[in-house]
Design a protein around this ligand. Structure first.
Ligand code: PLP
Length: 597
C-alpha cells in the first residue's frame, strides 16, 4: 500500500466517540464533535454522526461546506469567530457560530434578514486564556444589543480555555461561567439553551466535579480522535490512542556516525543543529518530512529515535529494530501532527472501515477458496518428526472426550513442545488449555462427518443431502483432506479455573460449538467478551508459529499444508500419517513415542 499514508481506523474513532459521549451524558453534558483536526474528512464526520453526535463544529467554512456537500447530516457550528468579510457565507453555509464581535453579529443579522434565515449564535466569554471572548464586564452590554437584532438568535454562551495560554478549566472557572449564565437569564428574562464549557481539556474538571452547574455542552476534538487529555498529555482510560497511525517507508539504511563530519553552520531551517555522540549508529532515512507533517508531534511505535528532519526526510536511529530498505515505520500522532498529516496532499488517507458480517464472510470464503487451491498442489517433504501423545505429558491440559475409542491425542513432537509452553502461559492466568482433538485417523474423521450429517438431517429435515453435505463440508473436512491426519493440527479452547467454565468464544456453550459463520475467527457480530477470548486463544498459538484456520477459531496448524500455504513456504514438513503406519509404529515403539517411518 502506498506510503507515506495515514491509517484511519473508523471503528476506533467510533469507540472513542461512544465512550466519551456516554461519559459526559452521565452528567447531562452534550458533546459537539470538532472536525478541524481531521480536515473535516467526510467519512470520519459520518462515523461521528452515526455514533450519536448531533452537532459538528469546524473552524473553517470550507470544511463545513465539504461535509455538507458530501451529504453529512448534522447541525454545523462555526467555532472560529467569523470574519466579517465572510458574514454572508456564515449565514448561508452554517447553522450556528461562536461570536465575540458585535460588528460581525450585526452583519450576520443583516444577511440573515436578507436571506430570510435565522442564524444561531453563541457568545464567547473571556475567562483568562486570552484568545476569543467578550470581557465578562462587557457581556450584558453586548447582549442587550444582540437581543434587539433580527435574524440572529442568542442560543447560549461559551468559553474556551487551555488553548492560547494553556489556562486550566478549573471548578472556579466553570462556576463563573455558570453564574454568568444564570445572571444573564435573570436580567434579560431569557433562557440560554447552550452553556458550552470548553474543549477536551475540560475532561479532568468533568471527572472530578461534583456538580457541573449550568455547563451542558463541550466541544471535543483531540480526545475523540487521539484519546488523550491535552493538558497533561495522559491517555484517557478506555479510549484508543491509535485510531490514527502515520506510516512512512525506509529509503536508506546505513551504519554512519552519530555526529557529522565538518564545520557546522546553519541547517536547512536556519537553526544551528546539535548532536549527541553515540558513536556509529544504524541510521535510516524515511521518505517523509516537515513538508508532510509536523515531525515533532510523532511518536514511533518501534524502539527507534528521531534524530531530525528536513522538508522531505526524517532521519532516525534504527537502534536494534530489524528494518531494511522498503520497511514501513509507524507513528502515533499528537494533535499538531494529526492536523498537518490530514491536511497534507502528499499523505494518502487510508480509511480502515469496519466490515459488515456479510463483507467479512465473503472475504473469508474467497480466501479459503484460494487457500484450498494452493493446499491441493503444495508438495510435502515429510521430515519424520515423531508423534507423541499429549496424554503422556505433565502439562496442565483438559482433554475433551472423543467419539473415537481409546483416543490418544497424538501430535508431532514440535507441536507437543509448543502446547507445553502455551499451557504454562495459561497456568499463570488461572486458565487451562482444553485439547479437543489432535491426530485423527481416516476412520475417526469419517465418524465425525457422519455424526454431523445425521445431526443436521434431524435439525433440518427439509434440506437435501447435497445441502447438508455443503454445510458439513464448511466445518469438517472429508477424510483424507483433514490436516488432523498430519499430527500438526490441534483443536483447542480455554477453561477459566476461577469462573469454572469454558471461556465464551461466541458460538460455544461450554464445550459444545454451534457450527455457523460466526465461527470465522474475526466475525464482527460476536460480543466484545468473545472477541477478547478469541484474541487470547489465537495469540497464544500464533506466538508459537501456528496458523489459525480461516473458518474455525479453535483449529490451529503447524508444519502441515495449511501452515505451509499460509506462510508461503515451498513445501510442508508434515504429511498425512495413516492409521496403519501409526498402529505399526505403536507396536514397534511401545515407549510412548510413535515414529512415522
Ligand atoms: C479547536 C477548538 C475546540 C476543540 O478543541 P480540542 O482540544 O480538540 O477538544 C473547541 N472549541 C474551540 C473554540 C476550538 O477552537
Amino acid at each position: 500500500m502506498s506510503t507515506p499514508r495515514i491509517d484511519i481506523n473508523l471503528s476506533k474513532i467510533a469507540h472513542n466517540t461512544k465512550v466519551l459521549s456516554s461519559l459526559f451524558r452521565s452528567k447531562k453534558v452534550d458533546v459537539i464533535a470538532v472536525t478541524k483536526g481531521v480536515c473535516a474528512h467526510p467519512q470520519i464526520a459520518n462515523i461521528l454522526v452515526k455514533n450519536g453526535i448531533k452537532i459538528l463544529a469546524d473552524s473553517r467554512i470550507s470544511n463545513i461546506k465539504k461535509m455538507r456537500d458530501a451529504g453529512v447530516k448534522a447541525i454545523f457550528l462555526l467555532i472560529r469567530t467569523p470574519m466579517i468579510s465572510q458574514s454572508e457565507s456564515v449565514v448561508l453555509d452554517t447553522d450556528m457560530s461562536l461570536n465575540s464581535e458585535l460588528s460581525v453579529i450585526k452583519k450576520l443579522s443583516e444577511f440573515a434578514i436578507l436571506h430570510d434565515r435565522v442564524h444561531k449564535i453563541i457568545l464567547m466569554v473571556e475567562l483568562g486564556d486570552l484568545r476569543e471572548g467578550i470581557m465578562p464586564s462587557q457581556l450584558e452590554n453586548t447582549i442587550e444589543k444582540v437581543l434587539r437584532l433580527k435574524g440572529v438568535e442568542l442560543t447560549g454562551i461559551g468559553t474556551n480555555l487551555a488553548c492560547f495560554s494553556g489556562v486550566t478549566p478549573t471548578e472556579k472557572k466553570m462556576e463563573l461561567l455558570s453564574s454568568i449564565a444564570t445572571s444573564i437569564e435573570k436580567k434579560f428574562d431569557i433562557k440560554l439553551t447552550m452553556i458550552s464549557g470548553g474543549n477536551s481539556a475540560n475532561y479532568n474538571w468533568f471527572r472530578t466535579t461534583k456538580d457541573v452547574g449550568r455547563i451542558n455542552n463541550l466541544r471535543l476534538g483531540e480526545s475523540i480522535f487521539l484519546g488523550y487529555e491535552p493538558l497533561t498529555g495522559k491517555p484517557i482510560p478506555k479510549l484508543h490512542q491509535d485510531a490514527f497511525m502515520l506510516v512512512a517507508e525506509v529509503i536508506e539504511l546505513k551504519n554512519k556516525s552519530s555526529v557529522p563530519d565538518g564545520e557546522i553552520g546553519l541547517d536547512a531551517f536556519g537553526n544551528k543543529p546539535k548532536f549527541k555522540d553515540q558513536g556509529m549508529i544504524r541510521r535510516a532515512i524515511l521518505a517523509m518530512g516537515v513538508q508532510d507533517v509536523m515531525v515533532t508531534g510523532l511518536t514511533p511505535k518501534l524502539d527507534i529515535e528521531i534524530l531530525g528532519a528536513g522538508g522531505d526526510h526524517i532521519v532516525i536511529n534504527a537502534k536494534k529494530e530489524s528494518l531494511k530498505v522498503g520497511s514501513n515505520v509507524s507513528f502515533t500522532l499528537k494533535y499538531g501532527a494529526l492536523v498537518t498529516a490530514m491536511n497534507s496532499s502528499y499523505i494518502f488517507k487510508n480509511i480502515i472501515s469496519p466490515l459488515s458480517a456479510k463483507e467479512y464472510c465473503a472475504i473469508v470464503e474467497e480466501k479459503d477458496r484460494l487457500h484450498k487451491k494452493k493446499t491441493a498442489i503444495i508438495p510435502v517433504q515429510e521430515d519424520h518428526t515423531p508423534l507423541i501423545s499429549l496424554q503422556d505429558s505433565d502439562f496442565n491440559l483438559i482433554f475433551e472426550k472423543s467419539i473415537q475409542k481409546n483416543y490418544r491425542y497424538l501430535v508431532r513432537k514440535e507441536v507437543f513442545e509448543k502446547i507445553g509452553r502455551i499451557s504454562k502461559l495459561l497456568d499463570n492466568q488461572g486458565k487451562k488449555l482444553i485439547i479437543r482433538s489432535a491426530w485423527r485417523s481416516f476412520e475417526h474423521q469419517q465418524k465425525l462427518w457422519d455424526q454431523k450429517t445425521s445431526f443436521l438431517k434431524k435439525k433440518y429435515p427439509k434440506k437435501t443431502v447435497q445441502e447438508i453435505d455443503k454445510i458439513v463440508s464448511n466445518f469438517i473436512a472429508s477424510k483424507g483432506l483433514s490436516t488432523h491426519s498430519t499430527g500438526g493440527a490441534v483443536d483447542a479452547l480455554i477453561y477459566d479455573l476461577r469462573k469454572k467454565c469454558v471461556l465464551d468464544f461466541g458460538t460455544n456453550d461450554g464445550l459444545y460449538i454451534d457450527l455457523n459463520e460466526k465461527c470465522y475467527p474475526k466475525h464482527p457480530d460476536i460480543s466484545e467478551e468473545a472477541k477478547k477470548n478469541r484474541k487470547l486463544l489465537i495469540k497464544l498459538f500464533e506466538d508459537e508459529d501456528f496458523v489459525c484456520d480461516h473458518k474455525e477459531y479453535w483449529h490451529f496448524d503447524f508444519g502441515n499444508i495449511n501452515w505451509a500455504v499460509e506462510n508461503n513456504m515451498e513445501y510442508a514438513n508434515y504429511g498425512i500419517l495413516e492409521e496403519s503406519f501409526v498402529q505399526s509404529a505403536a507396536l514397534n515403539y511401545p515407549d510412548k513415542v510413535f515414529f512415522y517411518l
